[in-house]
Design a protein around this ligand. Sequence first.
Ligand code: GDP
Ligand code: ZN
Length: 338
Amino acid sequence: MSELSVPTGAAPPDVPAGCEVARVARVDRGLLTVLTATGEHRVRLGGALHDESAPAVGDWVAVRGELAVRLLPRRTAFVRTAAGRGSAPQVVAANVDLVLVVDSLVGDARLRRVERYLAVAWASGATPVVVLTKADVCPDVPAAVARVAEDAVGVEVLAVSAVSGAGLGALQSLLTPGSTAAMVGPSGVGKSSLANALAGRPVAATAEIREDGRGRHTTTARELHLLPGGGLLIDTPGMRELALPGGEGLDTTYADVAGLAADCRFRDCAHRTEPGCAVAAAIDRGELDPARFTAWRKLQAEAHRQELRADARARALEHQRVRALHREMRARPARPHR
Ligand code: GDP
Ligand code: ZN
């Protein structure tokens, strides 16, 4: 009950008269678990809140009585494009300020995976922080952190341990009162353990408990947790399963490669054997890690495929574009080789 007086983050101002603002802590078809100044409530979705206006965890809604009547403006959003079907993108978490890109210090180098999640984070509008877990079992933490920091340009990289508590203070100081953090990262890296360590109480079932067969209390557990320091932490299955969105975040994570590509002589340079390719030149000069370039190109291709999948209209346009390209190529005389 002591939680109930803790602010649930900074609400946007646009609230209809006679309504209370509430923060969405869980969504079950047609039913929302919300947090307000007076505590946790269950409210129904009003008629205006279906389809595109359907609230996600982290959203602010205006509540009148037992009904959520309006979705308030979002600052940031994590969007998932439903696989296949070409259906509308789905918001999996909203109003996230800080994205904890969680990965483990145990095992092989995770650079490419971290980069991939950083792209996801930037695309949402939130600020990413890399959190490397299991510092207690890593023989050389500073070296491992330095390796990741070198690639995650402009992003803070922290090493933590849910077991020893190392680094948790530094992370907690980023989770300022009223700010909202969310975790992304593959399974097994220690997200549940981290959530529990930050909350100071069990809010997420760790691998051990999941294997017990007892599982999570999926019918009641909220997915937005109030932390002792006044910050909030979002941990939803949707965030855990996030796939790569469109290319916008990629260009931020790979600003160096994207910048080089913009300097290529040909605007449609494939960065293979084209003359005047700035990317190839940088690799030749030893200024760009070829692995980084390969990862960028793979992610770009994947982002492009996802966009196409998500949007039937884009698919039709792409079809037109390719046909036009073929027509143009047939009409154009062959360029002499240099
Ligand atoms: P999740 O799938 O990302 O939620 O990961 P879990 O929190 O369930 O953790 C996966 C495994 O890593 C479990 O066996 C945890 O006990 C272990 N683990 C998590 N955090 C730490 C840590 O800081 N140090 C060590 N040594 N093990 C950890
Ligand atoms: Zn090029």
